[in-house]
Design a protein around this ligand. Structure first.
Ligand code: THG
Length: 283
């Protein structure tokens, strides 16, 4: 299964046989008041900087989320897409629950972006899947539906299966979908990590699909978040996640991902791992 994404100048392939691909999470105002403020003011400097630095640090795609109170996403998301594609050539991941904002962004987005996301809910499927088809985009499928987020991996798996079935009805292919098993914080629910990882394994083993996840969600509210995030990421990669949404500037995260790829047999002679270790020594 090869999922192909395109930016203004760069192409990215996501596949179980290939190295893990980082989707940079930092263009997201959640928990970041400076970025929220910049978006409210329409000050694009910080946005440009975050886009460029994430690519320098190893992001192969950039997630763009402009969800701030007081910001009109339908106007703002396409603007952010334009600004970001002026400074980086990588494919973009359009992150919004608002279909109008997604459509406005898709109209101006170069290449073949990711739509983040559809759920298994009818109101989402019937709007987002046709958008993906119309614009030739790839879509992220979140494993929840009208009944909410299940604690049972088999139930989450069924939601994934349903979204894939519905996507095919709209003329999309399996390679046009990235499944997100969903990640909640382990600070609130002891089994949260296990459920996400088990769901990941079910999807990878039974469907062979490519997988993303907002891995940093796992550590919300806990100290030394990087430690939990990195440990979780290594486990998630083992289970089949191959395009996580993470902060590439976080401590040792790129090294952790490369170590996980190495241990999973995806880095012959440790070429990529060694190259990264040299690069981080030079800093
Ligand atoms: N699945 C999909 N998309 C997603 C998520 C997901 N998009 C949003 C989110 N979850 C992934 N992105 C983030 C972005 C930031 C943080 C976590 C996940 C985060 N931010 C810090 C905070 O809120 O405390 C602030 C970071 C900083 O100051 O640098 O943790 O699950 N498909």
């Amino acid at each position: 299964m090869i999922t192909i994404l395109q930016g203004k100048t760069q192409t990215v392939e996501i596949s179980p046989d290939r190295p893990t691909v980082i989707i940079g999470e930092r263009l997201n105002p959640t928990g970041r008041s400076r970025l929220a403020e910049a978006l409210r003011k329409g000050d694009w400097d910080l946005i440009r900087q975050e886009a460029t630095s994430q690519v320098e640090q190893g992001a192969a795609l950039i997630d763009i989320n402009v969800g701030v109170a007081g910001v009109d996403e339908v106007a703002m998301l396409p603007q952010a897409v334009k600004v970001v594609s002026e400074v980086v050539g990588v494919p973009l991941c359009l992150d919004s629950p608002n279909p109008q904002a997604l459509e406005a962004a898709l109209k101006v987005c170069p290449g073949r972006p990711l739509i983040n996301s559809t759920t298994g809910e009818e109101k989402s499927l019937t709007v987002i899947l046709p958008l993906a088809k119309k614009f030739g985009a790839v879509v992220i499928a979140l494993c929840h539906d009208e009944e909410g987020i299940a604690n049972d991996p088999e139930k989450r798996f069924k939601v994934a299966e349903k979204i894939v079935r519905r996507a095919k009805d709209y003329g999309l292919h399996e390679a046009d979908i990235l499944i997100d098993p969903l990640v909640l914080t382990v600070g609130a629910e002891a089994q949260a990590g296990v459920v996400s990882l088990s769901t990941t394994s079910l999807i990878a083993e039974r469907l062979g699909l490519n997988l993303t996840m907002g891995a940093s969600n796992v550590s919300f509210g806990l100290p030394n978040r990087y430690l939990i995030n990195n440990t979780f990421l290594a486990m998630a990669i083992w289970c089949g996640v191959n395009a996580p949404i993470v902060n590439p500037a976080a401590k040792e995260i790129v090294e952790t991902i490369l170590a996980a790829d190495l241990l999973r047999g995806k880095d012959p002679y440790a070429v990529r791992y060694i190259r990264q270790c040299r690069k981080s020594q030079q800093k």
